[in-house]
Every structure is written in C-alpha cells, then in structure tokens.
Design a protein around this ligand. Structure first.
Ligand code: ATP
Ligand code: MG
Length: 188
C-alpha cells in the first residue's frame, strides 16, 4: 500500500499540465450522451459557459433538453433530423448537418465558451455528411483552454487520435431488447 501510495502521489505530481481536452465517448452501449450531460452538470457547478450541438437527434424532446433550456450558461443548437433511413433525403440531412456544424464552429471559436459538447458527431463523419478534415482543423485551432466532448458510436481513428481521453461503452444488455420502451429520466 505504501508503494502504491508513493506511485500514485508521484503520478499526481507529474500531472501538472492545465489545458482544454477532448473527451471522446464511443461504443455500442448506453451511457455516452448521458455521461456528457454528467460533465455538463460538473461544469455548471463552476458556472462555466457551455455550448451544446446535438447532431442527428433532437427530434424527440428529452428531459435534458428541458433542463438545458433553463440554464443561463448553456447555449444549444439542434440538428432536429433523423437518419437518412427515416427521411430518405440525404441532401436535406447533409444541409442540416452543415447548418448545425456552422453553429458548433461558433462555439469552437469563442474564447468565452469553456466546454463544447458535440453530441452524436461521429455519425456525421461516418456517413460523410460533414468533412472530417474540416472538423479536425477547427478542433485543433479552438481556444487553448476549451474542453470538448464528442459522443457517438463507431468513432473514426482520426477522432481517437486527436482525443485526449477516449472511452468505449460496451453493450452487455439493454432493456429495449426485452421490449421495455425508452423510459423518462433514464433514456430520454
Ligand atoms: P444515453 O443518451 O442514454 O447515454 P447513448 O448516448 O450512449 O445513450 P445513443 O446511441 O445515443 O446512446 O442512443 C440513445 C438512446 O438509445 C437512449 O435512449 C439509449 O437508452 C438507447 N440506447 C443506447 N444504447 C442502446 C443499445 N445498445 N440498445 C438499445 N438502445 C440503446
Ligand atoms: Mg447518445
């Protein structure tokens, strides 16, 4: 235990860099967007200023949208469109994605925003609604102390490369597969 303590103390002392980081939450299990919301709560506790861009979703009203709308320190933008297999109109979805990204880009160039959440961004890259290189450039040039959280399944290797913290949520079981519908406060 003493050896363990010395090791941990040394590691803590070494971790003295203070900078904005990119957290990437990916994988097929439940818990990516809700984890991002957990960090939003933490940041709000310090009265930090937050920009949230929700790609893909936002068709269905969720508890967090109602909560975030009441937060003076939070700005939000919603793509408000589903997948192409819902709309059957890729050109429309692409336009909506680009519009949502241009709002996200405003957050990512705004020094006064401390935390930017790009919810479900991975799909925009994987389905080529948005240009990945452009996203990587904007992320690389964002304000030095600004944190970014990206969520979505199947994150590309480039996103993994630029992120500082990457977690994969593994799907072991989900209530939906036992025919339990999405529950308020848990799923939406
Ligand atoms: P959450 O927002 O609950 O943290 P998530 O962001 O990890 O979930 P998404 O792929 O964005 O996952 O899906 C959001 C919705 O789909 C939520 O209602 C969630 O419960 C549900 N969901 C997530 N993963 C699964 C799964 N493996 N099987 C069935 N439904 C899922
Ligand atoms: Mg999600």
């Amino acid at each position: 235990m003493q050896r363990k303590k010395s090791y941990i103390d040394a590691r803590i002392e070494k971790a003295n860099i203070d900078k904005g980081i990119i957290v990437l939450l990916t994988g097929n299990g439940k818990g990516k967007s809700s984890s991002a919301l957990g960090m939003i709560c933490r940041a709000l506790g310090y009265e930090m200023s937050i920009g949230v861009a929700k790609f893909l979703k936002g068709m269905q009203d969720t508890g967090e949208d109602a909560f975030l709308a009441k937060q003076p320190n939070v700005q939000t933008t919603f793509m408000k469109t589903g997948f192409t297999w819902d709309t059957q109109d890729k050109a429309f979805d692409t336009r909506m994605a680009i519009k949502t990204w241009s709002e996200a880009e405003k957050y990512l160039t705004n020094q006064s925003i401390d935390l930017v959440v790009l919810d479900e961004l991975t799909y925009m890259i994987n389905y080529e609604y948005l240009d990945e290189q452009k996203i990587l450039d904007v992320l690389a040039n964002r304000p030095k102390n600004q944190h970014v959280i990206i969520t979505g399944r199947s994150a590309s290797q480039s996103l993994i490369n630029i992120a500082n913290t990457v977690s994969e949520v593994k799907d072991i079981k989900h209530a939906f597969r036992a025919n339990i519908k999405a529950q308020k406060g848990i799923d939406l």
